[in-house]
Design a protein around this ligand. Structure first.
Ligand SMILES: Nc1ncnc2c1ncn2[C@@H]1O[C@H](COP(=O)(O)OP(=O)(O)O)[C@@H](O)[C@H]1O
Ligand SMILES: [Mg+2]
Length: 238
């Protein structure tokens, strides 16, 4: 049976993952600071909004909405219809009054409320680390299990951003997220040792359930308003 999929619109990538990311799945987008995690997540929402008329929620916990929008405009993404941008710190107090200080209930409550007015197809939480810092997590294994379970029952395709520390090469803060997520996309830099010493960016599909995928890392470039990866074929042609 073919699984319905959400295209990433990263040129050259979708054909390596059977056409896209399985609908309704939860994917971690991991990488150290500056690896374009937010830009990639936003570009997936943006391109699905423009090309497929899909509706999204982007919950930011790190960056102010104005700064995020400015960054996306600079990257050539300027049509923000279909994308609801939420600064979670601004709605947190009101949500706590209603749902108490249990952070999972808060996020779930928020998504439920957002869904009342509108069905959403895609959701980004930017980032998990910032979400964790808002709350006391006593039992990460158990609490994260319920968070992922809740997200899953919404049917929304979720992208959870995980900021990696350069000192600890792990994809997520507690490690359980790796097992709970259906997919892991890793963004990385590789500093080349040559004279120009360009910082090169790479993307790797570490894990993607229900999908036959290559485990190689592809060079990735953002130019002319889109992300593009270079597979073996493209590199041989150029
Ligand atoms: N066209 C581009 N090509 C490569 N890097 C870019 C481009 N535009 C912006 N950047 C860089 O991307 C980085 C920010 O990306 P962002 O999505 O905020 O990263 P993250 O969320 O992983 O911290 C900045 O360092 C910025 O200079
Ligand atoms: Mg970011």
């Amino acid at each position: 049976m073919d699984v319905p999929r959400i295209r990433t619109y990263v040129e050259g990538l979708d054909r390596h993952i059977e056409g896209g990311i399985p609908k309704g799945s939860i994917t971690l987008i991991c990488g150290t600071a500056g690896t374009m995690k937010s830009s990639l997540a936003y570009s997936i929402l943006y391109n699905n909004a423009v090309n497929e008329d899909l509706k999204s929620v982007y919950i930011t916990l790190e960056q102010e909405i104005e700064s995020l929008m400015q960054q996306m405009r600079r990257l050539g993404m300027s049509d923000h219809r279909n994308i609801l941008l939420v600064d979670f710190r601004k709605v947190q107090a009101a949500m706590e009054k209603k749902y108490g200080d249990n952070w999972i209930r808060l996020i779930r409550g928020y998504i439920e409320e957002a869904k009342k007015g509108q069905e959403y197809d895609l959701l980004v939480i930017d980032s998990l680390n910032a979400l964790y810092s808002l709350t006391t997590i006593r039992d990460p294994r158990r609490e994260l299990y319920y968070l992922f379970k809740d997200l899953k029952t919404t049917g929304i395709t979720c992208f959870l951003i995980s900021e990696m520390s350069p000192e600890r090469p792990v994809y997520s803060q507690y490690g359980v997220e790796d097992f709970l997520a259906d997919g892991i996309i890793h963004l990385d830099f590789q500093k080349r040792g040559d004279v120009l010493s360009a910082l090169e960016r790479y993307i790797g599909i570490v894990k993607m359930r229900s999908t036959n995928h290559d485990t190689q890392y592809f060079p990735i470039l953002y130019s002319n308003g889109r992300f593009r990866v270079f597979g073996r074929e493209e590199l041989e042609l150029e």
